[in-house]
Structure formats: structure tokens, C-alpha cells
Design a protein around this ligand. Structure first.
Ligand SMILES: C[C@](O)(CO)[C@H](O)COP(=O)(O)O
Length: 259
């Protein structure tokens, strides 16, 4: 069952405290999803807390979103059993913005809903105009990509970074063991952060909860339950998702090359 924000969730940063802005200057909120289990990486520890480039993996996403001046609220969605790791990450966080922690649900959809319900008073008051939802498992996101998503979301209502599938691989349909035909090359592999106008986003997630819908990303829920157009903008090859152990090796190398 989909519930509300965990009342006992550790919370850093007070709504209306360090993040407060005048009502005339709405801010964007960044949501980092860290409440999955990430078993395919082959670790007993939730993959988003594995070491990467001298930090825990999730810290990179918090730092990237926190560097974008228009993001005035940061929400980290976690699992209760990761509380010690979360506390360590927050103690070392270099984010300009205080990180507010919310407990997630049993699915991506529920975890997004928990974050949106946490933000609901600030969405309804107009304080938060746009919400960007990001996978903690995409630690190589850059402030530049976050800024582009935010600009496009504010301009169009919804924005998703992606890479044309033809750019990645040749895609073919399969029928059992047989390959039958190549798929038309108009597919896009989508990434996060995905950004949306906050009020229709909250409304879409509340309706999805009532109807028992569960999408694989934020855009799928918006496409189903809102009239907001979802624009795609160029993503980044480096913004790949850490799924398997091999991805960690590549991410270490990308970070080493950054310096
Ligand atoms: C949202 C996403 O990153 C788009 O590629 C992807 O669907 C996330 O998958 P997950 O299984 O929820 O990590």
C-alpha cells in the first residue's frame, strides 16, 4: 500500500529554513532516488553507497544537483535500513543545499510519490515550481546536464534527457530465438534527471496511486496522467546507470579522467 512520508524519517534542512526564498522567486527541487536494492551489481550493500571516486556513489548525484543555483531544495529518498550509511553521506555532503531525507516505498513509483508528498506543501504554495527526479545510480550526471533539463522543463513543462537508440546499438525485434527485423530508428534511451512542472507532476502521481499504476520512469507516469508535453533533450553518454559491477569500473575511470 502506498503510504505517506515516514514520520520518523531523519530530516536535514527545514522547509522554510535555509531553503526559504521569497514567494515571488520559486525554486526547483531535486529528488535523488536511493531506495532501490540494486542487487545486479553483486554487492550486499545497497549499490548507491558503494565507494566511487573517494566518496559513496550517491554523494556524486547530490553534489551535482546541489551545484545548480536554481535548485533550492534537495530530497534524498532512502530505505530505513540504510540509515547509518545515509547519516555518513549527509555528514560529508558538500552540497550547498541542505538535504531532506524521506523514506521510499517498495517500488520506484511509490518512492517518487513519497518525495512528491513531502514537497506537496511547497508545490501547492508555489514555492517549488519544478521537480527534477534523478536516479542515485547515475552518479556521473553533471550540473551542466541538470541545468539543461531544468531550463527545458521550465520552458515546455516536461523534459527528459536521452540518447537516440540508433546511436547506442542496432535494435532488432526478436521472436523467441529468431531475430525478425530491425526496429525503426526513432527510439530514444532515456536517462535522468527528468524534470516536470511540479503541480501536474504531483497530481499525476496522486492519480497513479489511486489507479495502481507503476511506471518505469517519471515520464511514463506523466504521459499517462497529465497533458504536459514531455520533450527530450540530448543526454550524455557519461550519464549511464550503474547496474553491473563492470559499470563501477568504467565510472571510476571517467571520474579519474575528470581530474
Ligand atoms: C529511469 C531510468 O533511469 C531510465 O533509463 C531507468 O528506467 C531506471 O531504472 P530502475 O530500474 O528504476 O533503476
Amino acid at each position: 500500500m502506498i503510504g505517506g512520508v515516514a514520520a520518523d524519517a531523519p530530516t536535514r534542512g527545514e522547509p522554510g529554513g535555509v531553503n526559504q526564498r521569497p514567494a515571488s522567486a520559486p525554486t526547483a527541487a531535486g529528488v535523488v532516488l536511493a531506495s532501490g536494492s540494486g542487487t545486479r551489481v553483486g554487492s550486499a550493500v545497497n549499490k548507491v553507497y558503494l565507494p566511487l571516486g573517494g566518496r559513496r556513489l550517491v554523494s556524486w548525484s547530490l553534489a551535482a544537483l546541489g551545484q545548480v543555483p536554481d535548485i533550492g531544495v534537495l530530497v534524498l529518498v532512502t530505505r530505513p535500513q540504510d540509515a547509518d550509511l545515509v547519516a555518513e553521506v549527509l555528514d560529508r555532503a558538500e552540497s550547498r543545499v541542505a538535504v531532506e531525507v524521506v523514506h521510499g516505498g517498495s517500488s520506484r513509483q511509490e518512492s517518487e510519490l513519497m518525495a512528491l508528498r513531502h514537497l506537496a506543501p511547497r508545490i501547492r504554495s508555489g514555492q517549488v515550481d519544478t521537480v527534477l527526479i534523478h536516479d542515485a545510480a547515475r552518479p556521473l550526471v553533471t550540473p551542466e546536464l541538470v541545468t539543461r533539463v531544468l531550463r527545458a522543463a521550465r520552458e515546455h513543462g516536461g523534459a527528459v534527457p536521452g540518447l537516440p537508440a540508433e546511436d547506442l546499438v542496432t535494435v532488432r525485434e526478436q521472436d523467441g530465438a529468431e531475430l525478425v527485423e530491425a526496429v525503426a530508428a526513432d527510439l530514444v534511451g532515456v536517462q535522468t534527471p527528468q524534470g516536470f512542472a511540479s503541480a501536474p507532476l504531483l497530481a499525476a502521481y496522486e492519480q497513479a496511486a489511486r489507479e495502481g499504476f507503476a511506471g518505469t520512469d517519471t515520464a511514463s507516469c506523466m504521459e499517462r496522467f497529465s497533458a504536459v508535453p514531455v520533450r527530450w533533450i540530448p543526454g550524455s553518454r557519461r550519464n549511464f546507470k550503474i547496474t553491473y559491477a563492470h559499470d563501477l569500473v568504467v565510472a571510476e575511470q571517467v571520474l579519474a579522467d575528470r581530474h
